[in-house]
Design a protein around this ligand. Sequence first.
Ligand code: PMP
Length: 361
Amino acid sequence: ARVDILMSRFWSSLVHTLTPYVAGEQPALRDLVKLNTNENPYGPSPRALAAIAAETTEVLRLYPDPAVRSLREAIAKSHGLDANNVFVGNGSDEVLAHVFQALLKHDKPLLFPDITYSFFPTFCRLYGIDFREIPLDDVMAIRISDYRQECGAIILPNPNAPTGTALPLSEIEKLIADHPDQVVVIDEAYVDFGAQSAIPLVAHYPNLLVTQTFSKSRGLAGLRVGFAVGQPQLIEALNRVKDSFNSYPLDRLAIAGAVAAWEDKEWFEDKRDRVIATRERLSLALRDLQFQVVPSSANFLFARHATLVGAEIAGELRSRAILIRHFPKPRIHDYLRISIGTDEECEKLLSGLADVITSLK
Ligand code: PMP
């Protein structure tokens, strides 16, 4: 009780309005089939690991490059852009935090889908941003025409999360062209697994900002590296917020590892293709177990069993050391989000599911 009194006395009014963000579990247990946080089952390129190891010398005595030029140049070059088109941060979550502060607070509401990355409403509350959530259509997809309304800015993930559905680039371009006076942010955390990136549109649209991450397709969630690509005026706004917050966005190990991972195209393509192939097999196998599976362009599937309750399936799997994600939210409370693991992990999931379905029936 004393702690409660102190909290209510010392906390700012902002803190009282925030509900803790519940990230996917990261339990310490071994021998888990961990399909709950969309990590890459194959891990990072060995070249990234070697680059990180090579950086663990006395150079750690020195501050990193505050401008992170090597990584920004590597990313820019592969898109035919310039380093001043690229902003980097400690995971795309931190990049997005800066984006919300620097670019998304206006006197009209920010628009995003009503089922989307759960950090979006959290950032809005944190930074006092007015927002309006736009419902998905009846097949759980984003409908661009619903965004044709007065707003301060727009943000959406492509593919969306946790649904995994993707919009074609032509639809994204329509959205950007429909709102020439608003910033449109496309969060491409999962884009490499089957959607088209909007980065090629950056040169044509000064209102477009695209964010990506090294956490999923590059297997480096633990290193915490994300980035944004846009025209220099947008990047400059992000730099101003960042410089007031922390002048060293990435540490030396993160910079070395990310540059090497970015350059190892062969590893990236091979592991990406494997994840996609496993996703397609898992999707068919889930259908055989009477799941309705939302078409996915990401490294996860979003699926609902024809008769059984989502929370119960997730709970039963958990007691069998298999972790998947369940969201206790209206409309999607019977859906399960399953990250694509190795083939072996997916086999374990399927036999666990068959067992759970028999026990729940
Ligand atoms: N955007 C979306 C849609 C995500 O699902 C995630 C991962 N939780 C992120 C951004 C952030 O990923 P990270 O901070 O690891 O780059």
